[in-house]
Design a protein around this ligand. Structure first.
Ligand code: ADE
Ligand code: ZN
Length: 329
């Protein structure tokens, strides 16, 4: 039995495995510029975040109907459950679909078809977090929040993703304020490729409660102290960091130093279809490459539930935490 954990940094579009991409392409009459799944897999060699994003957005062309989004989410939930995920807070990128003529309703209702049965079918509780693309305009983000208003009973929070450098958090001050006024929780990618100042700005200007990645905080000791003091969780994605070259090799990942510093770190998969593994694979990889002992792994699992947005159901959080404490390696 795998260690129980929550997944807090997972882009649902990043779970599109090549086999499902080809299946959906055939179903929807979409032509992919790859001969087969093997040819597609050879394109999974990335220089940096942008080279990944180019393929990530290209492949989304196959997602057209509610059923496509339901199939995508169901496939993810089955894989996540098999790796011990008990709770998943799932990102989605509506702007990448709206610009292709796929409506907000298609995306949210489609994902919901899978999510509403997830506990019963997969034993995984879920929440949805809607991300804005930071390389699009602030006005586009605001229009996206407006388009989501009929679906807010299904959306717990907002996030910020896509190309980080040159798109500082402050660009999105207004939409984050509007989202906060609507009662939405707030997270943002910061310090993946961007500088530590973006982490500070995400906290001060956007009021984020969790930082996605946050890796480069380690360049600023005062920021590390603040993140420790304020108990701000970081959603790290070790296999992603290697594939997108934020770190050279997994053995040099700063996760142990971050835990030693007292940071509230969690381990997640980001875009598992592209980066070589799901949540459990990320745990296995850091265990092997970084020599993390059982109590460190238990701490990471515990942190994932502590950092999750389960305030509406503390009983559930307590149940998950008890599973972590009782786990026998
Ligand atoms: N969108 C999907 N994955 C992402 C990542 N790792 N960073 C920024 N944007 C993303
Ligand atoms: Zn991400």
């Amino acid at each position: 039995m795998p260690l129980p954990k929550a997944e807090l940094h997972l882009h649902i579009e990043g779970t599109l495995e090549p086999e499902l991409a080809f299946e959906l392409a055939a179903r929807n009459g979409v032509e992919l510029p790859y001969a087969d799944t093997e040819a597609l897999r050879t394109a999974y060699r990335f220089e940096d975040l942008q080279s990944f994003l180019d393929l990530y957005y290209e492949l989304m062309a196959v997602l057209r109907t509610e059923q496509d989004f339901a199939d995508l989410a169901n496939a993810y939930l089955a894989r996540a459950a098999a790796q011990g995920v008990r709770h998943a807070e799932i990102f989605f990128d509506p702007q990448a679909h709206l610009t292709r003529g796929v409506g907000m309703g298609t995306v949210v209702e489609g994902l919901w078809r899978a999510l509403e049965h997830s506990e019963r079918e997969h034993g995984v509780s879920t929440l949805l977090i809607m991300c804005f693309l930071r390389d699009e305009s602030a006005e586009s983000a605001t229009a996206t929040l407006d388009a989501a208003k009929p679906y807010l009973d299904r959306i717990t929070g907002i996030g910020l993703d896509s190309a980080e450098v040159g798109h500082p958090p402050a660009k999105f001050r207004e939409v984050y304020e509007a989202a906060a006024a609507l009662g939405l929780r707030r997270v943002a990618h910061a310090g993946e490729e961007g500088p530590p100042e973006y982490v500070t700005e995400a906290l001060d200007v956007l009021g984020v409660e969790r930082v996605d990645h946050g890796l480069r905080c380690m360049e600023d000791p005062a920021l590390v102290q603040r993140l420790v003091r304020e108990r701000i969780p970081l959603t790290l994605c070790p296999l992603s960091n290697v594939r997108l070259r934020a770190v050279d090799v997994l053995a040099e990942h700063p996760l142990p130093a971050m835990l030693d510093a007292g940071l509230l770190c969690t381990v997640n998969s980001d875009d598992p279809a592209y980066f070589g593994g799901y949540a459990g694979d990320n745990f296995d990889a850091v265990r092997a490459a970084l020599g993390l002992g059982e109590e460190r792994l238990r701490e990471l699992a515990r942190n994932s539930f502590v950092a999750s947005f389960l305030e509406h159901d503390e009983e559930r959080r307590a149940r998950y935490l008890a599973e972590v404490e009782a786990y026998e390696f």
